[in-house]
Design a protein around this ligand. Sequence first.
Ligand SMILES: C[S@@+](CC[C@H](N)C(=O)[O-])C[C@H]1O[C@@H](n2cnc3c(N)ncnc32)[C@H](O)[C@@H]1O
Length: 270
Amino acid sequence: MADTRYTEANRSTWNLWLTRDTGSDHFKDVERFRAAGSSLRPIELAEVGEDGVASKSLLHLQCNLGSETLSWARLGAQVTGVDIADEAITFARTLAVESGLSERARFIRSDLYALPETLDETFDLVFASYGALCWAPDLDGWAQVAARYVAPGGALLLIDLHPLGMALDIDRDDPSGRRLRIDRPYFHTREPQTEQTPGEPAVYAWGYGLGEVVTALAATGLRIESLREYPYAHWRQCPQLVETGDGYWRWPDPANQLSLLFSLRATRPA
Ligand SMILES: C[S@@+](CC[C@H](N)C(=O)[O-])C[C@H]1O[C@@H](n2cnc3c(N)ncnc32)[C@H](O)[C@@H]1O
């Protein structure tokens, strides 16, 4: 069981952010969902493929405000979103009603490590994305919980920030974005990185190298089908990135295509 000291502090800070920072990227995702019916991005749509999610059951771990969860529901999935933040779940439930999707969506407020105490089902697709693992104090525990919910014949799809992009700091004065400095450890450290701006509560985050991620998921018995890396981000991770209108921010210099996201797909044989 993971140490809950840090996750409870993170819960409280996420509650603050979600009530106060209504112009944040998370709320922009909600606006995209309201305007276009979906806040899903090309990577997850490509990974799910032509078969799609219609009539499938889907568990979304760390669902935040629920716009991605409800976008999958709009594509025909029966969805369950889970998040530790009370404000996230309250908002997501209201958004489900507002968008007429409450029959196809339920939201559970829970620390994901404690989820097996209250949720005893399996799902065709377990999904987590764009800022998931950095909140996990224990990667093996995260992987075991995620894998536990994958039904026979089902899949886990994880799309997350690339650990290389997280470990490096890019020189703000270099337009190409090629001058790099190591800012944080690439590999996991037991003690979290404490992020704090003056006058704000702290949040605690952890990094995991790509090998650590793959190994933790392979150890659950799931079969790793693919690991893909992408030279773009879902947010303006550094000032050099240029928004390209498809939900991503890209490097302007073709000689710098440092990976900023990865996707991992793993399945449980039928
Ligand atoms: C960056 S957001 C995920 C973004 C989401 N994919 C989206 O685009 O809206 C990370 C989420 O993880 C949640 N979280 C952090 N620690 C958690 C935990 N231990 N259990 C469940 N959720 C957690 C936070 O409350 C937050 O909503």
